[in-house]
Design a protein around this ligand. Structure first.
Ligand code: GUN
Length: 293
């Protein structure tokens, strides 16, 4: 069994990005600028945003954090988005999710100029990704594919089972894994809460991508010998021994599943760090106007 070290790969990629930014700077070019909007004080979101700002520093990007209280109105938030859409210095920006209940996430996502949508959540980027056109690819799926690539994991003709059908992970990763490309070219099955025989379907999988947010759902009896297991779960489970009072728990029963795998991602330190890294890559592409002019 080989552990897929997302933390090490993400550090390597951030160094590659920083080297490219240094070159851009040396040639007198514009340093990429990412803006992040955060609404309210959700603990998870605050940690993610802090790490995104820190990653921008590591990559040599300019970053701007814009924080609003949770009582901001939808119109006020849409006005802030409009301002960033029109700000020529901002190459890309994201609105950290989830948002308070009184704000429509879909309305917010669609208000972002797709040319600055470095999260890849706008329907134009989702649609272009699904038909194989250049686009900002959603960060978590892009990070998963990058891990498969960096570990030279064969995907062509493999049975890939995706568990979960969210708009930001399950659907786009399924779409990418079936593209005629590497990584991809797999036979993809998507399982979800309506699937009757998940265990039998998973047993046939060469690659399992678990992304339904249910701690330790994937157990050893669901995994065939030699499978590749990618764990996207990051549920905060209360933990008395931890300083923070919780620990991040994946969708895979790692202890019992790992010995059966050829490759497996740990939680934390697997897919998580790659997600931020993919956001940095998208920001670099936005800064270089490589996807959209
Ligand atoms: N909340 C959880 N993951 C993400 C993400 O990748 N982007 C944004 N904007 N919000 C999130």
């Amino acid at each position: 069994m080989q552990l897929i070290d997302g933390k090490a790969i993400s550090m390597q990629i951030k160094q590659e990005i920083a080297a490219e930014v240094a070159e851009i700077k040396a040639k007198g070019g514009k340093v990429p600028h990412l803006a992040v909007i955060i609404v309210g004080h959700d603990g998870g979101s605050e940690t993610y945003v802090k790490n995104k700002v820190l990653s921008c520093e590591q990559c040599g990007f300019k970053s701007t954090k814009i924080a609003f209280e949770s009582d901001i109105t939808e119109d006020e938030l849409l006005a802030a988005i409009d301002k960033l859409n029109k700000d020529n210095d901002v190459d890309g920006f994201i609105v950290q999710l989830p948002l308070p209940k009184h704000i429509s996430e879909q309305k917010v996502i669609e208000a972002i100029d797709y040319k600055k949508d470095v999260d890849g959540f706008h329907p134009i980027n989702v649609g272009r990704t699904s038909i194989g056109l250049p686009a900002f690819v959603s960060a978590t799926p892009a990070g998963i594919l990058e891990l498969l690539k960096r570990y030279n994991i064969e995907t062509k003709g493999k049975n890939c089972v995706v568990i979960g059908r969210s708009n930001i992970v399950g659907k786009p990763v399924a779409s990418l894994m079936m593209q005629k490309a590497y990584p991809g070219n797999a036979t993809v099955t998507v399982c979800h809460s309506g699937t009757k025989n998940i265990k039998e379907i998973c047993k046939e999988a060469d690659i399992i991508i678990a992304a339904m947010g249910s701690p330790k759902f994937v157990t050893a009896d669901m995994v065939k010998d030699g499978a590749v297991v990618i764990d996207v779960g990051t549920t905060r489970v209360p933990c008395a021994e931890s300083k923070t009072g919780f620990k991040l728990t994946g969708d895979v029963d790692f202890e019992n599943v790992a010995p059966k795998c050829s490759f497996i991602t740990p939680v934390p330190g697997g897919v998580g760090p790659m997600t931020i890294c993919s956001l940095m890559k998208n920001t670099l592409l936005a800064g270089k106007k490589e996807i959209y002019k």
